[in-house]
Design a binder for this molecule. Sequence first.
Ligand SMILES: NC(=O)c1ccc[n+]([C@@H]2O[C@H](COP(=O)([O-])OP(=O)(O)OC[C@H]3O[C@@H](n4cnc5c(N)ncnc54)[C@H](OP(=O)(O)O)[C@@H]3O)[C@@H](O)[C@H]2O)c1
Length: 314
Amino acid sequence: MTEIRIGVVGATGAVGRVTLALLAERGFGQVRAFASSRSVGAKVPYGDDELEVEEATPEALAAGDLDLCFFSVGSGPSSELVPAAVRGGAVCVDKSSAFRLADGVPLVVPEVNGERATAHDGIVANPNCSTIQLVCALAPLHQAAGLRRVRVATYQSASGAGADRMKRLQEQTAADGDVVMDWDFDGEESDEESKLRAETRKILELPELPLSATCARVPVLVGHSQAVWVETEEPLSPERACALLEAASGVRVTERPTARDAAGGDQVLVGRIRHDTAGEGLALWVVCDNLRKGAALNAIQIAELLLARHALAA
Ligand SMILES: NC(=O)c1ccc[n+]([C@@H]2O[C@H](COP(=O)([O-])OP(=O)(O)OC[C@H]3O[C@@H](n4cnc5c(N)ncnc54)[C@H](OP(=O)(O)O)[C@@H]3O)[C@@H](O)[C@H]2O)c1
């Protein structure tokens, strides 16, 4: 079998580096690294080897010598570069918000709505990191009891804002150790909060689902945490919710998970499953490695699903 030719676009970034590490672990041999003109000629690790970074121009990506591209470059560059790669014949898994809500573009978390992935026109969108872990926890509860209302507060790590932000946190911590929570999302309702609602609605196919979110950045390097309050149409006890989540693919139930427990792992950890003492529903705590399942791993799982179903040609 001819080996598929893969491009990792945004290879020097926080997500791109994890994408390369996961592809190398899986033994993919034909991988090229792309980033901005700033990084041309730089080397990025690929397993025991290194790849030389090429400039991600529309011409290079449209040249017709890539079958599959992973994009983690932000929505501005993605808007221009992803269509170029599609023109060149590649199927693109894009991690920016550029195409997530577009009609006809599947927005996929394989454990939740993997069956949607094959209905693509060259682009499959990867949800926001907070959305991925949230829907992994909500979907089994929704299937069993129907979601009526969701409230969520997030405590998101520095790596969710990219490699520069990680470096800044490391420097601040080394300098004086006095690092505090940060409201780095703007607006009365931030983009991060509205994305969480819109993407959750699209993935769960619940266009009217009432969902309110408060998203904050905390001084943690890797791993997003979420406090989640869920009301369901049918009564759902904490014990039943626990059993449903224990049986769910990609989820592990554990008593009191922390971001540190999730960092470096592949699963969404759910714990503190209990009655919401202020309402009728349940309260839970959900954590996940935002760079792995929240980004790079989810994208690779999408690609593996497309490969398994022979759905890599656009
Ligand atoms: N971090 C997360 O947890 C996470 C989770 C889900 C989704 N995402 C999404 O993934 C994307 C990247 O996130 P990140 O955290 O990896 O950011 P990052 O660490 O800042 O990396 C950005 C990457 O994009 C490249 N880039 C920037 N402008 C470019 C351009 N005009 N042309 C080509 N390449 C360009 C950069 O290359 P240079 O080094 O050459 O500048 C770098 O490789 C964003 O859309 C983000 O929303 C991130």
